[in-house]
Design a binder for this molecule. Structure first.
Ligand code: FPP
Length: 252
């Protein structure tokens, strides 16, 4: 793909895109490589997609990098994914910071090695005022775990039953302050939610593609955005609104 390729403007751009980056293992198997090679290829692709998201004017990008269930994978794969998180911070943080990317983490950090946890916290602190793209990294994240944490925190804060509203629950989630995803992309063809943003995805549009994550490049992202821009979002209402709350007209 040429660097100078231009993409026709889109009618509307989702403010928040969330991605289930699936298919790294199959990508590796098809090449006779170990699973970790697939995760490495997936990490390189992530870099391309972050840059493309900035270019297309997406404001929030959430990526599902490690679920609460992924601890059950072989030890070698689990420690490999931890190493990838560390490498990404070591190698990419400076460039991401320059590009105006704000890093956020969703999930639980306390089960990570203390030095890795600190690295994540430092990266969040360094980039906290960046505005171009908010990159939410779901690492040791599970949607059910997130809701359980929110309920516990609400009880601890002495919230009374009549005070509980959908807005309040949203404020207690790991994603507080982040708008709900407008578009959720899942690569590699599986039609599952896999414990990802189960509260926040109530009105998200889904885009599932058979393309495996390491092969899901800028052109594929653009295709997903074209598909999204043709959707009619109704939010449970009858009359379609020309522009949903999460959409912005393309800037160019
Ligand atoms: C699912 O594919 C993918 C994952 C569990 C890990 C995703 C991680 C990356 C793309 C690396 C980026 C990570 C960080 C920390 C920034 P799979 O292994 O389930 O694929 P399969 O279904 O084909 O086996």
């Amino acid at each position: 793909m040429s660097e100078t390729k231009t993409y026709p403007p889109l009618e509307k751009i989702p403010t928040h895109v969330a991605i289930i980056m699936d298919g790294n293992g199959r990508w590796a198997r098809a090449r006779g490589l170990p699973r970790l090679a697939g995760h490495r290829a997936g990490t390189e692709n992530l870099r391309r997609i972050i840059t493309a998201s900035v270019e297309f004017g997406i404001k929030y990008l959430t990526i599902y990098a490690f679920s609460t269930e992924n601890w059950g994978r072989p030890q070698e794969e689990v420690s490999g994914l931890m190493m990838i998180l560390e490498d990404v911070i070591d190698r990419e943080l400076g460039e991401l910071h320059k590009e105006g990317v704000q890093l956020r983490h969703i999930g639980r950090l306390e089960q990570l090695r203390p030095d890795l946890r600190q690295k994540v916290l430092d990266a969040i602190e360094l980039t906290r005022n960046n505005q171009r793209l908010v990159l939410c990294v779901a690492f040791n994240y599970g949607g059910r775990d997130e809701i359980v944490c929110a309920i516990r925190d609400m009880i601890e804060d002495g919230i009374q039953p009549e005070q509980v509203t959908a807005e309040l629950v949203s404020q207690y989630l790991f994603t507080h302050g982040v708008p709900d995803p407008d578009l959720i992309i899942r690569t590699s063809g599986e039609m599952r939610i896999s414990n990802f943003l189960i509260w926040q995805s109530a009105y998200a549009e889904w885009y599932v593609t058979p393309t495996l994550w390491p092969d899901f490049g800028k052109d594929e992202l653009y295709k997903a955005l074209v598909d999204y821009s043709q959707r009619e979002r109704r939010f449970g209402l009858v009359t379609p609104s020309p522009c949903a709350p999460g959409d912005r007209a393309d800037a160019g």
